[in-house]
Design a protein around this ligand. Structure first.
Ligand SMILES: *Cc1c(COP(=O)(O)O)cnc(C)c1O
Length: 384
């Protein structure tokens, strides 16, 4: 059960205490996992606990995780989904057939691929735009008066930074809702709702859970009475894109260290970005923490406490040189995904060869290992 904390507690405290979640029945300092799918009535057929009828709609472990995320995000309400993509789909299912939507180009490939297919099937006009360019975003909003504007910042794998407050003003100016995929930042580093976003989306599979062992997604808002939010909430309830109790419990456990992890990952990533910037075998480093990054000033304004663990760099010598370096790495796991405590490396061009990703680009998800060990590994892999 949640205790009400005073409003001024800091994220590290809220997270470490899981927003006050404990187990009142056993006095356990950690909440229990409730696996029951259905809840009993008494002899007069009244619910024994009026809050619980059936697990699809009433999942206490999901409520605990949602309450914690809402506190960290500065949201009025959070809804968890069984994956980040289920959260993306929940938003787009609210768009009427025949409407227009604006979506940032060169974002997470799974999002782009699914939205293209969905919009084609539903007769929705999709306009993809480089949203980190404010003039381009303003023009496409004015031309098409979309129902929805979707941005992702920092973007994956290009690390482009979109000005959230400016995007919100543009979207609202034409009557659109702004949705921000803030996966790479997590609620610890960035709070898009405070900057005017209508909904913030996360793949909680990534930094929010942080241990590469839970698949989950989330949506959060400050306007739970808005029709779009009620549609999303009703659709989750009835169509059943819900998280199980065990996943929700693991997610709550993972989030207890979220501020700690994000701080350490950001610090490590910054150290690596600086080292790689000076490396003779490296062409460019894409990391918003670097003063040379085109989005640095905006990132510094709308991110606090660090720039996250996601970064990319381009190896001199193209695909063969990049793949050679990847093959030699010993500490970085060769795997997709990001935001876990362990560092991972990915050659994005192999995964999405037709989307303009440079062949020499390597994406790193920087974990919480010792920064010196990670640098030594990169040095030996790149060679002199
Ligand atoms: C991983 C990811 C998603 C999709 O989330 P899943 O949990 O894998 O379904 C969406 N957006 C971004 C930025 C991601 O990194």
């Amino acid at each position: 059960m949640a205790h009400e904390h005073p409003k001024d507690l800091h994220p590290a405290t809220i997270a470490a205490h899981a927003a006050g979640a404990t187990d009142t029945q056993t006095a356990g300092v950690v909440p229990a996992v409730h696996m029951s799918t259905t809840f009993a009535r008494d002899a007069d057929y009244a619910l024994l606990n009026p809050e619980n009828v059936y697990l699809r709609s009433h999942n206490e472990n999901v409520r605990v995780a949602e309450r914690l995320l809402s506190r960290l995000e500065g949201a009025q309400e959070t809804l968890l989904f069984p994956s980040g993509m289920a959260a993306v789909a929940a938003v787009f299912r609210t768009v009427p057939n025949g409407a227009h939507v604006v979506v940032q180009s060169q974002i997470y490939w799974g999002t782009t691929a699914w939205i293209r297919d969905f919009c084609a099937r539903r007769g929705i006009a999709l306009h993809e735009v480089e949203a980190s360019d404010p003039d381009a975003l303003a023009a496409v909003c004015a031309d098409h008066r979309p129902a929805l504007v979707w941005i992702e910042t920092p973007s994956n794998p290009w690390l482009r930074i979109t000005d959230i407050a400016a995007a919100a003003a543009m979207a609202h100016g034409v009557g659109a809702k702004l949705v921000v995929d803030s996966t790479a930042a997590t609620p610890v580093l960035s709070q898009p709702l405070a900057l005017g976003a209508d909904i913030v989306m996360h793949s909680a599979t990534k930094g929010i859970n942080g241990h590469s062992d839970v698949l989950a997604g989330s949506l959060a808002t400050r306007a739970p009475d808005a029709p779009i939010w009620q549609m999303i909430r009703d659709d989750r309830n009835m169509a059943g894109a819900v998280l199980g109790p065990m996943e929700a419990w693991l997610l709550t456990r993972g989030m207890r260290t979220l501020p700690l992890r994000m701080r350490e990952m950001s610090r490590n990533a910054m150290t690596l970005a600086e080292q790689l910037s000076d490396h003779p075998k490296v062409e460019t480093v894409l990391y918003p923490g670097l003063a040379s990054h085109p989005g640095h000033a905006i990132a510094a304004r709308q991110m606090a406490g660090g720039f996250g663990g996601l970064m990319s760099f381009v190896v001199k010598g193209g695909g063969p040189a990049a793949l050679r370096a990847v093959g030699r790495l010993q500490l970085f796991g060769r795997a997709t995904s990001l935001g876990g405590v362990e560092s991972l490396v990915e050659h994005r061009h192999t995964i999405e060869p037709h989307t303009g990703i440079p062949e020499g680009l390597l994406r790193l998800s920087v974990g919480i290992e010792d920064a010196g060990d990670l640098i030594d590994d990169l040095e030996q892999a790149l060679g002199q």
